[in-house]
Design a protein around this ligand. Structure first.
Ligand code: UTP
Length: 304
């Protein structure tokens, strides 16, 4: 893993420096694989989902990826470690393209891990990153590694919204009303920009006729550091889990500005086998090596 640099002059120009990636969940929807393989390392074609998310964070200007892991999930951080032995071996064999692939994760961004001892919820996982985030960092990003938001770039837009409105900024997708019951849904008002809404509340998995909007939450957050204090003040919910959305709701109730950027692109949920299968096929179809053959096979399979 690369070490983080901390040049004060470089810092101040950035909307955020740290990107927290919670990866300490149990991954029960992927059992039995997740008995031993962290779901964050499952490949999308040939690249683990967490590397795709790390690349997105780096592209948005993050300098440090703070991976929240659990005891026993060391392989997640190991993916970003120095791999010079393997690189040397590949070089000896003249496999330069593979050397570049292997090196990419290590070179993308500096990585640090923090441990969440027990899976006490997403809010708790984010709280575990508190001491690793500098006192001078007023905001930080959170990227859920099982959520691919495509094309990348929404974090940059979210940073612009924070510049303009302050507070915290979340990410939403406009989903068909009949599918809304699967999501956390925002209650919003207009800001004058169609792609930016002020958030007044959130409802988890509402019935379509009761949903306050068709804007569903996605796994990207730009959070003001006030979230840490809010996380200290909320009560655990079902299963003793601390919910990040409860802390955001507390901030909203206290007048903290929260906005959403409505992302008009695609999304893949890597957290369940069905969503993962779609993502894999989607990426593989675009792959110059595997795409043409897969396309022909799929067409035959679907017509067969
Ligand atoms: P999910 O609920 O999608 O992940 O949490 P999970 O709990 O691992 O999966 P299932 O539901 O059992 O199949 C969203 C993200 O938050 C992390 C997860 O690793 C995932 O990336 N998370 C969740 C934590 O880091 N800690 C937790 O206590 C809970």
């Amino acid at each position: 893993m690369r070490e983080a640099t901390s040049e004060p002059s470089a810092r101040s120009a950035l909307p955020f420096r740290s990107a927290v990636v919670p990866a300490a969940g149990l991954g029960t929807r992927f059992l039995p694989t997740t008995k031993t393989v962290p779901k964050e390392l499952l490949p999308v074609v040939d690249t683990p989902g967490i590397e795709l998310v790390a690349a997105e964070a780096a592209e948005a200007g993050a300098e440090l990826l703070l991976i929240v892991t659990s005891p026993g999930k060391d392989a997640v951080a190991a993916h970003f470690a120095d791999s010079s032995e393997l690189e040397k071996e590949l070089q000896t064999r003249g496999k330069d393209a593979l050397v570049a692939k292997v090196r990419r994760a290590h070179e993308l961004i500096a990585v640090r891990t923090v441990t969440q001892d027990e899976p006490k919820g997403l809010g708790h996982a984010v709280g575990c990153a508190r001491d690793a985030i500098g006192d001078d960092e007023q905001a930080f990003a959170v990227l859920l590694p099982d959520d691919l938001v495509l094309p990348t770039g929404v974090l940059t837009k979210m940073a612009e919204v924070r510049e303009q409105h302050g507070g915290s900024v979340l990410c939403a997708f406009d989903v068909p009303r009949e599918q809304i019951a699967a999501y956390g849904v925002f209650e919003v008002s207009d800001t004058g920009d169609d792609d930016v809404k002020r958030v007044h509340g959130m409802v988890e998995k509402p019935a379509p006729e009761e949903a306050p909007s068709t804007l569903a939450a996605a796994g990207r957050y730009l959070l003001d550091r006030a979230i840490f204090d809010a996380l200290d003040r909320i009560a655990p919910g079902a299963g003793g889990e601390l919910q990040l959305t409860d802390a955001v709701a507390l901030l909203i109730s206290e007048g903290h500005p929260v906005h959403v950027v409505v992302h008009r692109g695609g999304r893949h949920d890597l957290g369940n086998p069905g969503g993962y299968a779609r993502a894999f096929v989607d990426f593989a179809l675009e792959d110059p090596d595997y795409g043409p053959d897969l396309r022909a096979w799929l067409a035959a399979r679907l017509n067969g």
